[in-house]
Design a protein around this ligand. Structure first.
Ligand code: FCB
Length: 447
């Protein structure tokens, strides 16, 4: 049995657009994900989050499911366009009421609410003014943070500003696979900086709005970048990708510097982009959330600009519907962060695997593959703790099957199965397995 520290926080995570549905109800404004997913061809099978897991109506049942699992905390995101339909100024009381009820119900069940303010659903009216490429969006975000914290901050003590700002910046503005669907390196770098700047501005706004102790966090997608071979060219390619994927977010947040200033190509951009005082503002953090799913293996190639690298998928390894399965990378990622000597707390805020789960004849969902994945990854979290890295918690992605962005509903990540026709929920075998881990506060690796 691998035992975890006494106060270890076992949780589950989710995000607004992926589960809520009710996209045009009770005064919610339009987000860039509504716009993007409604354009034919952007999401697999032209699916969208209009209904998703209908959590907006089934939130009470969903909190009851969490309570059955015994989770100590729930990390969810508030939808900016539900709270401020135009992104600025006019507050929609019904939007705030929804999260108010959710927070109360969580607390009633003894589950700590962890709010994330931005999980990619930018109000469309702000996108029309340039979105994250426009510096003003960072100030608007701080205003949204203030409004939300003023209403919920008496009960919510842990606030994440952003989920995976790198993905919002690069997958949304360079690769074009996520909303707003741009393919422009300059836009991606601008968005990256403004997202980070908005973290700092929001941190100040939340601290001013909440009385008493409050923790400000950010959640990052991090992964070790490995060279495809030991050749100098491949090793250098891996280093460049590491800079563009990991250091680009870690350096500003943990060191107050940015690697994009060193790169010849981005120098021209950053000269105007990064203003005096920005880097000090960004470096405000009490809690760093690590989302770990996989590693990245790169070889030297001209196929990707700037980094001159190309991703490879080593033969003979195990893969899921989205990524290589590489449990050791969990430990390596936590170690990578720890080597920055962070003064903030550390937590795993997402980890999970898509499995094409089906319901068996007897109504059970036997998702053995997820159980194995979780066992192997949680064991690596334990290994990190043994090595002296003080990881405070582990949040599984996700409670429910949900809308997996550009991949639609085919990729099921939940501990709870959702029937997309009836919205019926069934706790999977992995859910029961996770509940046991929580109950024992430890991992029986023989199971
Ligand atoms: C992360 C996202 C989350 C979900 C998982 C599978 O990158 O934060 O919304 O899509 O991947």
């Amino acid at each position: 049995m691998l035992s975890f520290p006494k106060d270890f926080i076992w949780g589950v995570a989710a995000s607004a657009y992926q589960i809520e549905g009710a996209w045009n109800e009770d005064g919610r404004g339009t987000s860039i994900w509504d716009t993007f997913s409604h354009i034919p061809g952007k999401v697999l099978n032209n699916e969208n989050g209009d209904v998703a897991a209908d959590h907006y109506h089934r939130w009470k049942e969903d909190v009851a499911l969490m309570s059955e699992l015994g989770v100590k905390a729930y990390r969810f995101s508030t939808a900016w366009p539900r709270i401020l339909p135009e992104g600025v100024e006019r507050v929609n009381p019904k939007g705030l009421d929804f999260y108010d009820r959710l927070v109360d119900e969580l607390l009633r069940r003894g589950i700590e609410p962890y709010i994330c303010l931005f999980h990619w659903d930018l109000p469309q009216p702000l996108q029309d003014q340039g979105g994250w490429t426009n510096r003003e969006t960072a100030s608007h975000f701080a205003e949204y943070a203030r409004v939300t914290a003023e209403r919920l901050g008496d009960r919510v003590k842990t606030w994440f500003t952003h989920n995976e700002p790198w993905v919002a910046a690069f997958v949304g503005h360079l690769f074009g696979e996520h909303a707003p669907g741009q393919k422009d390196l300059g836009a991606a770098i601008k968005a990256m900086h403004h997202l980070l700047l908005s973290h700092g501005l929001a941190a100040e706004a939340i601290r001013a709005a909440v009385k008493g102790p409050v923790q400000i966090g950010i959640t990052l997608n991090l992964n070790p970048v490995h060279p495809a071979t030991n050749s100098k060219k491949d090793r250098e390619a891996a280093e460049r990708v590491d800079l563009f994927m990991n250091r680009i977010v870690l350096d500003p947040l943990l060191k107050g510097t940015t690697p994009i200033q060193d790169s010849a190509l981005t120098k021209i951009l950053t000269a105007r982009l990064i203003q005096d005082g920005d880097l000090q503002k960004i470096r405000q953090l009490d809690l760093l959330g690590v989302n770990y799913y996989s590693r990245t293996v790169m070889k030297h190639s001209n196929s990707l600009p700037v980094v001159n690298a190309e991703q490879v998928h080593p033969v003979g390894n195990e893969y899921s519907g989205m990524w290589e399965i590489y449990p050791e990378g969990m430990h390596e990622t936590l170690k990578m962060v720890w080597e920055y000597h962070p003064t903030c707390e550390l937590m795993v805020t997402e980890n999970g695997i898509p499995v094409p789960d089906g319901v068996d004849f007897d109504g059970r969902v036997r998702d053995e593959r997820r159980i194995r994945y979780l066992r192997d990854h949680i064991a690596q979290v334990h290994r990190a703790i043994e090595d002296g890295i003080p990881v405070k918690g582990y949040f599984h992605w996700s409670l429910l099957d949900n809308f997996e962005w550009a991949l639609g509903y085919g990729q099921r990540f939940g501990l709870v199965h959702v029937d997309w026709k009836t919205q019926k929920r069934i706790t999977k075998d992995s859910g029961r397995w996770f509940a046991k881990v929580i109950q024992e506060n430890g991992l029986d690796i023989s199971r």
